[in-house]
Design a binder for this molecule. Structure first.
Ligand SMILES: Nc1ncnc2c1ncn2[C@@H]1O[C@H](COP(=O)(O)OP(=O)(O)OP(=O)(O)O)[C@@H](O)[C@H]1O
Ligand SMILES: [Mg+2]
Length: 344
């Protein structure tokens, strides 16, 4: 049985709006089969059977919000090219509201994965990651400022392709106005950009990203607490959620209060996009005014669902209800302290 609080939370999440700012990308999958080696070079010849385009990067975060019954506003950048049109079509199909700036000097980011016999053979990236030109930054700032006023929750989905810069983060922080509270800013960080994320509400790095930001190892059991201490010092953020893959998550509600949210034994097929699911679920639950610990528990369940599916899958409400119903007892534990020992 799912608790009444969680059921109420799932209901309150319906129709809540979240703004996502970041690097949208086109995920392109080419599926084929290999039966011979090329006569031209020692490489396999892939005979293409099928192709698929999906929303990637920040677009996948938006897709997760919508899958859970929320409303998503996507602010980002596309090129003036066919991939940009495809991306726009996918966003519309997913009912994601868009405010995309067109940049005719850059191409739309596309990642092509070529798979055969269920195995990835090669990935081909098409992208520009040079700094944006001034008019494009100006257009992004204008859009952000205009739309940001109407949002309580903003996700920064930074894949390091150029959308997230100092001025963009400053503009987001200055939207908070006099009370300094809304919009709350959630960041999925790119390690090279850590210095941009000071004074945000919560960051959701994975263990590797957290470790890179702190300059120390995040290895279990003593790592997460040490890394968190360093990140709080470096960034002055309010809270921190470190995702730990098969170990689940470590939630820090300020530097003083740590919890461990373990995962439960399950079949893992594909961890791609689990981080996107975490930040999307967390944001939507926060938009519904959930206590942070409940938002994180829900995000852990949502991520558990998508790693059990192939490809960058999205969770459903039904899936969440089922997952919550089957595993409430062990949802939160104490996090080992910096000495690796259990804390009271
Ligand atoms: N092997 C696993 N078993 C169970 N749950 C998992 C596993 N791997 C990931 N998860 C779930 O997914 C969440 C996020 O995973 P992870 O820390 O790998 O994020 P990530 O590296 O940012 O993912 P992404 O590939 O999207 O960038 C975890 O907190 C956990 O809930
Ligand atoms: Mg990630």
């Amino acid at each position: 049985m799912i608790t009444q609080e969680m059921e109420k939370l799932l209901r309150r999440m319906q129709g809540k709006r979240v703004m996502i700012v970041g690097d949208v990308m086109l995920d392109h999958y080419t599926f084929g089969s290999v039966s011979r080696i090329s006569p031209e070079a020692p490489v396999p010849v892939v005979e293409v059977i099928d192709e698929q385009y999906l929303l990637g990067g920040a677009g996948n975060v938006a897709r997760n919000i919508v899958a859970l019954g929320g409303l998503a506003t996507m602010v980002g950048l596309i090129g003036d090219d066919r991939d940009g049109d495809t991306l726009n079509g996918l966003l519309a199909e997913s009912s994601i509201d868009t405010a995309l700036i067109h940049d005719d000097r850059r191409r739309t980011t596309r990642k092509t994965r070529i798979l055969a016999q269920n195995q990835q053979i090669v990935r081909v990236d098409r992208e520009h990651t040079a700094p944006l030109c001034e008019p494009v930054v100006g257009a992004l700032l204008e859009t952000l400022t205009k739309l940001g006023q109407h949002h309580d929750i903003v996700i920064v989905s930074d894949y390091g392709k150029g959308v997230i810069t100092g001025p963009i983060m400053d503009a987001l922080r200055s939207l908070r106005g006099k009370n300094g509270i809304r919009p709350r800013i959630l960041v999925d960080p790119k390690p090279q950009n850590y210095d941009l994320y000071h004074d945000v509400d919560i960051l959701t790095p994975n263990a590797k990203e957290a470790s890179e930001g702190a300059g120390i190892s995040c290895a279990w059991p003593s790592g997460p607490a040490k890394v968190a201490e360093a990140l709080f010092k470096r960034l002055q953020c309010r809270d921190l959620l470190i995702t730990l893959g098969a170990q689940g998550m470590a939630l820090f509600e300020g530097p003083g209060k740590a919890s461990h949210i373990p995962t439960f034994a399950r079949k893992v097929f594909d961890v791609t996009g689990a981080g996107d699911t975490v930040i999307a679920t967390l944001a939507l639950a926060m938009a519904a005014d959930a206590p942070l610990i409940d938002a994180a528990v829900l995000a852990n369940h949502a991520a558990g669902i998508v790693v059990g599916q192939v490809g960058a899958a999205t969770p459903t409400l039904e899936g969440l209800r089922k997952s919550l119903a089957s595993t409430q007892a062990t949802s939160v534990a104490a996090l080992p302290g910096p000495d690796g020992l259990a804390q009271d």
